[in-house]
Design a protein around this ligand. Structure first.
Ligand SMILES: NC(=O)c1ccc[n+]([C@@H]2O[C@H](COP(=O)([O-])OP(=O)(O)OC[C@H]3O[C@@H](n4cnc5c(N)ncnc54)[C@H](OP(=O)(O)O)[C@@H]3O)[C@@H](O)[C@H]2O)c1
Length: 167
């Protein structure tokens, strides 16, 4: 089972602010939807319960990571550690596990992920409270980058960047 991290981060590493995404970028939402198509989703409990969670998880197999006993997400599974979440997906026959954050989950998942798909949102976000961990070039090689200019719907330049593990 391939383990794939998918995230969008600002130039200063911010992924979230006050429990939400710090930007509205429809081009990234479209890209994100294409990347998770056919995948099995894994999410931290806070991201799952955030506003964007409602549509993302609908009609898809998923597991939510939580320390709460008895937590039962509607239509999905719960697990009580990242390792248990990965094992749950594997037991369900997942071929491609899409790890969707947030900050706590990215930090724990980075050492075990096979690939990263990162949207760089080219802005500096002040007051962010969730972050993507550093991508160490000794462990990760960028193999594809698609850059786009801001437009009437998307307020910042952005790049879709793909990494594969090299160590
Ligand atoms: N830009 C992006 O790509 C992106 C993607 C996703 C999310 N976000 C943003 O990120 C922010 C949320 O991130 P976050 O770091 O605050 O929260 P998170 O990673 O989504 O969820 C944290 C929760 O996961 C559970 N958890 C974490 N590690 C665990 C472990 N080892 N064992 C068991 N449970 C564990 C705990 O749930 P319990 O409290 O239930 O025990 C913890 O409170 C939001 O602002 C969201 O919008 C951004």
């Amino acid at each position: 089972m391939e383990k794939l991290i998918i995230a969008a981060k600002s130039d200063n590493g911010v992924i979230g602010k006050n429990g939400e995404l710090p930007w509205h970028m429809p081009a990234d939402l479209d890209f994100f939807s294409r990347q998770i198509e056919g995948g099995y989703l894994l999410s931290g409990r806070r991201s799952y319960e955030s506003e964007q969670g409602e549509t993302i998880f609908k009609d898809k197999p998923f597991v939510v990571i939580t320390r709460q006993e008895g937590y039962q997400p509607k239509g999905g599974r719960a697990a009580h550690s990242l390792e248990e979440g990965i094992a749950t997906a594997e037991a369900d026959g997942a071929r491609r596990l899409c790890i969707l954050g947030g900050g706590e989950i990215y930090r724990q998942a980075l050492p075990v992920a096979d690939r990263l798909i990162i949207t760089e949102v080219h802005t500096v976000v002040e007051g962010g409270d969730a972050f993507f961990p550093d991508i160490n070039p000794e462990h990760w090689k960028e193999y594809k980058r698609e850059s786009h200019k801001k437009d009437s719907r998307n307020p910042y330049d952005y790049s879709f960047v793909f990494y594969t593990r090299i160590g």
